[in-house]
Ligand binder design. Structure first.
Ligand code: SF4
Ligand code: SF4
Length: 233
């Protein structure tokens, strides 16, 4: 069937398999009410590369967003039920899922970058986790990964060593806080997003362990522009 003839959802599940949605202001009640627990959320920090449906390109995100996490190593929404090809939290699904009509994307496109929930919108004043987010942003500000990608293309050793330093600061911060607060990996991904070394791996940087900490080297050949899967906005 041609796309222009489609008038309703065919329940193919492709949109959910492409990744969970970003959360918007309207979804705050679901998070506060526990229907969307923090462990099922992941933060995409400003500067990370993600697919922008408005430009149809993978670009650094201009503002932090919090989205539903994927499943395992995939971006497929953690609430997608492959057996029924349906949503396991249908009645409590985020606002962006409710308006999604793949055959008529205008409403979804209008949401891109608008009224996005950030970590500090979700963590209320007095929440002991809130200062950790602020501390992390000071200690490990997220680089513009578009610029990082360009600088890596020059295969300059000093660029790599500077990134290596940042990667090890990032990991040391996480290790300390995870231990001190007994955080799960899921909560870590909400509080701090993905570690810098993982973002670099998606750009073709090889990460290995050494007695001095994580060591970075550059692959001779860069991966395809898809770089480990699209992050849906
Ligand atoms: S909105 Fe479109 S992609 Fe998503 S399940 Fe329905 S038909 Fe499939
Ligand atoms: S929350 Fe439900 S509807 Fe939304 S992407 Fe996940 S599985 Fe699909």
């Amino acid at each position: 069937m041609k796309r222009e003839q489609q008038t309703e959802c065919k329940r193919c599940g492709i949109c959910c398999q492409k990744g969970g949605p970003a959360l918007h202001g309207q979804d705050l009640a679901l998070v506060r009410g526990g229907q969307l627990p923090l462990g099922d959320l992941i933060t995409i920090r400003r500067g990370e590369l993600a697919y922008n449906p408005l430009s149809d390109r993978i670009e650094p995100v201009l503002a932090e967003l919090v989205k539903i996490r994927g499943t395992g190593q995939e971006w497929c929404c953690c609430y997608y039920d492959p057996a029924s090809k349906g949503c396991s939290i249908y009645g409590n699904r985020p606002m962006a899922c409710g308006v999604l009509k793949c055959w008529q994307p205008e409403e979804t496109l209008a949401l891109v970058g608008q009224d996005l929930l950030r970590r500090l919108d979700i963590l209320q004043e007095g929440d002991p986790l809130r200062p950790l987010v602020l501390e992390y942003e000071l200690a490990c500000p997220g680089p513009d990964m578009g610029e990082v990608e360009k600088s890596l293309a020059g295969q300059d050793e000093s660029v790599l060593r500077a990134l290596e330093n940042q990667v090890n600061i990032d990991i040391a911060f996480r290790n300390r806080v995870v231990q001190a607060y007994n955080l799960s990996l899921a909560n870590e991904l909400f509080l701090f997003g993905r570690p810098l070394f993982q973002l670099l791996q998606a750009l073709g940087v090889v990460v290995s362990e050494s007695p001095q900490g994580l060591r970075l080297t550059i692959r001779k050949k860069f991966p395809s522009p898809n770089r480990g899967g699209r992050v849906r906005r």
